[in-house]
Design a protein around this ligand. Sequence first.
Ligand SMILES: Cc1cc2nc3c(=O)[nH]c(=O)nc-3n(C[C@H](O)[C@H](O)[C@H](O)COP(=O)(O)O)c2cc1C
Length: 355
Amino acid sequence: MTLANLTLPLMRLLPAETAHTLTLAALKTGLGLPSREPGQWDTQTHLPRAGLTLANPVGLAAGFDKNAEVAAQMARFGFGWIECGTVTPNPQPGNPKPRLFRLVDDQAVINRLGFNNAGLDVFLTNLRRQRALMGVPVGANVGANKGSTDFVADYETGLAAALPLADYLTLNISSPNTPGLRGLQTDSQLDTLLARCRSAWTAAGGGKPVFLKVAPDLSSEDIEQIIRTVEPHAGWLAGLIVSNTTIDRPQTLRSPLASEAGGLSGAPLMAKSTQVLRLFADALRDQFDLIGCGGIRNGADAYAKIRAGARAVQLYSALAYQGPNLVAAINIDLAARLQADGFRSVEEAVGADLH
Ligand SMILES: Cc1cc2nc3c(=O)[nH]c(=O)nc-3n(C[C@H](O)[C@H](O)[C@H](O)COP(=O)(O)O)c2cc1C
């Protein structure tokens, strides 16, 4: 039992964003952190397109550490990799509060934060310091400022600036909380984004893997369109992260906060995001590294994403309910499941449920 897990019941009494701010402050003190002993329960895995080897496939999804302040501390809980951001070129306050809600009955979260962050300069200063302290790959997730007149230019700026300091980069074009952003997923806009980002990536020296993070709210036609648009970029684009939060509100939701506007994450997202992952994996798994994200709460969920085609996974919302000891629990359970099914590695199980 770590200090972080002991304080969890107290945190639940506070408004969600206050609890998160306090959690970051507590992490920054470094007190009560477990000492990570590599290899204890790690199942190493490799992302061939990205050229990354992960101590284990379980990653921290973007949004927890928007300003790259606590990545090294979070790595101590056993994450195999950590994604910081979303960072935008200029600092911005995000949407008015309250903008973060716990749907306790549904083990879910709704957020409409709107890319609140301290901007690229602060992010890069923090990332440089954090990366030196951590033994696992760290990614920089980049986005666009709300008032920007050229969204794509913001991605070019973020990509080029973060490239030397991060182990990988993510183009987040799927947040529902910046008006117009998800339009970048449509074919002509996506084509322009990828072409310009490829130039910016090349001009900045290339070499670092880039992921594209997509929404779960895509029809099969949307998915086919995205597949057609990304395929020619297989040379430099390493993979897709599937997925961000959903704007859907499933009928099954029971919490009174379910009608709050924003992106829904956590348990109710698991089936939907895994289905979208499966559709991408059917077409793309040999060309791109696919990352499964959305609704993971336990080893069974992580394993289901891997069997649906994910080479690694990410999570965020479940931390709010189960605390950071969840990371070790998922890894231990995942290793047992792999062994029970006769897989000698994560890689052997990737896409096992696909035909
Ligand atoms: C409070 C909150 C803030 C988030 N902020 C970001 C963000 O800045 N950038 C991003 O790409 N995704 C962001 N996400 C989405 C997560 O990275 C993840 O894709 C999504 O929550 C699904 O995973 P989960 O169900 O495990 O939380 C955020 C999610 C939450 C709950």
